[in-house]
Ligand binder design. Structure first.
Ligand code: SF4
Ligand code: SF4
Length: 230
């Protein structure tokens, strides 16, 4: 889609993308692919969500330790923001800040900017691995179940949103909730609560996931009345 838009509108001056180390390879966010498309069209990139709404600041003690052991003086946020800022075609990184302390931290390491080095990249990979292990539904996104659902529920996509939501600290705004609301507006797909528990997907799932049960959790998480579902 981005490729099509940029092809049809060469007047576009820049592209704003959600880029952070956890979403870089994520199938839903497609940060890497979008970055590569923008670069192919020679459009500079403005990064949003470099710390994924605070998720990449509130790491587990194990992940936190990896970063602190390597550089005790660097804030956890600085790793994520420097990761995004280290990409060649990034012209700006937007980061929401709620305290003067955060402003001072961000401006200090960006003023004296040092791109992420090879050793740091390895640590980021390890941290990403730790985050992935915190995943609630072990769906591998193989898509084998997709075509068998009579209700056209995009099962792997909904599990992906749910997994991210489950290890995101509540901040009052949920990017996943927003995505789910947009998804639910599409008449051609089913939402989690549309599941009729026929079990067709379960038979096809190589992970033997209790899909209908997990979908109940997904519905509980995202389909709250204030969201105004169809
Ligand atoms: S159990 Fe639910 S999700 Fe699975 S195929 Fe049937 S309707 Fe679709
Ligand atoms: S078949 Fe199972 S593992 Fe594969 S996408 Fe569907 S739920 Fe996920």
């Amino acid at each position: 889609m981005l490729d099509e838009v940029l092809t049809q509108h060469p007047e576009i001056e820049f592209v704003q993308l959600q880029i952070n180390y956890f979403d870089w390879e994520n199938d839903s966010v497609q940060a890497k692919q979008c970055y590569e498309v923008a670069t192919k069209h020679k459009k500079p990139v403005i990064v949003m969500e470099p710390v994924k709404g605070g998720t990449l600041v509130n790491l587990s003690p194990e992940a936190d330790k990896l970063m602190k052991d390597y550089n005790p003086d660097a804030s956890i946020a600085s790793w994520a923001i420097r990761y995004a800022a280290s990409l060649d075609n990034v012209m700006m990184v937007l980061s929401g800040m709620t305290s003067l302390e955060q402003v001072e931290d961000n401006t200090t390491f960006m003023d004296d900017f040092r791109p992420i080095g090879a050793e740091e990249e390895k640590i980021i990979e390890e941290v990403t691995g730790i985050l992935e292990k915190q995943i609630t539904v072990d769906c591998t996104k193989c898509n084998y179940c997709l075509e068998y659902c009579p209700k056209h529920i995009n099962i792997p996509k909904l599990f992906d949103l749910y997994n991210i939501e489950m290890f995101t600290k509540p901040t009052g705004f949920s990017a996943q909730g927003q995505y789910y609301r947009t998804y639910a507006k599409n008449e051609d797909v089913g939402t989690a609560s549309d599941c009729i528990e026929c079990g067709a997907c379960v038979q096809k799932c190589p992970q033997h996931l209790a899909i209908p049960e997990y979908l109940k959790d997904v519905a509980k998480k995202f389909e709250i009345p204030m969201y105004g579902f169809r």
